[in-house]
Design a protein. Structure first.
Length: 256
């Protein structure tokens, strides 16, 4: 898809959006608002992304089989939990109604040289949610070294990731075009049927369009779709709606 205008980019970005609230002060009322925000007059976001403790509440609101999917996070945000604990988190999330699992790799262990820790974690969580979409968060802003970002991408893909994702949104450096370039090239060169999710700091349609164009340049004009590309963001929705409606919207407090 060759994007021709900000309005087209905004409409496309909406269909790819994992509308996120991972704020520490999130509560049931905020989840209710998030579910409403995800269903706009211009179409739905792809998913909402929320803390595990709110999955059942969100499922009660959205109902089974709703087109807005429910994503949640495990081993989040530190990446430091034991494999057994993360598997338990994952099983509970699926039981409560999550469609998608966003898993943080043990990136500190990986930076220290322990590649096996990544493989073991991703394989264990993949086995715990065989029917769910598994997005693997590399935390690229903490890894920093682009050669290591490439290696983490390869390990996550080989261990069963459905998507590789840049960031938790909880560290100083989150999504960057540099990391996105490395990760998208890893997907291309491994020839894997794996998607990509930039998350953290993408707040305008213009920002989003840069990532869409990068993905198209590396993986082709027909590659980007909700099954292969997501944005993890909160305030991006305000700019999307402002562009689509031709108005200027107030910026929401960031959930990412």
């Amino acid at each position: 898809m060759e994007l021709q205008s900000p309005r087209e980019a905004a409409a496309f970005a909406l269909s790819l959006l994992d509308l996120t609230n991972l704020r520490d002060d999130c509560d049931n009322a905020a989840i209710e608002n998030l579910c409403l925000r995800a269903q706009t007059p211009h179409g739905n976001s792809a998913a909402i992304c929320i803390w595990p403790r709110f999955i059942a509440h969100a499922r009660n609101i959205l109902g089974p089989g709703h087109p807005v999917r429910i994503a949640t996070v495990v081993n989040f945000p530190s990446g430091d939990l034991a494999v057994a604990e993360v598997v338990e988190e994952t099983l509970k999330a699926v039981e409560d109604g999550a469609d998608e699992i966003d898993l943080v790799i043990p990136y500190k262990a990986f930076i220290a040289g322990d590649e096996a820790a990544v493989t073991t974690m991703v394989e264990a969580v993949r086995a715990a949610c065989p029917q769910s979409t598994l997005k693997v968060i590399l935390e690229t802003g903490e890894i920093r070294d682009m050669a290591l970002v490439r290696r983490a991408s390869e390990l996550a893909i080989a261990a069963g990731a459905d998507f590789i994702k840049t960031s938790t949104g909880k560290v100083q450096v989150n999504a960057t075009l540099e990391a996105a370039d490395i990760m998208l090239r890893a997907i291309r060169e491994t020839k894997a049927k794996v998607g990509f999710k930039p998350a953290g700091g993408i707040s305008t349609v213009a920002d989003a369009d840069l990532y869409l164009r990068l993905a198209e340049s590396i993986l082709g004009p027909n590659w980007v779709m909700p099954s292969t590309f997501r944005f993890g963001a909160s305030s991006l929705l305000d700019d999307i709606l402002a562009v689509l409606s031709g108005t200027t919207a107030p910026r929401a407090a960031a959930g990412y």
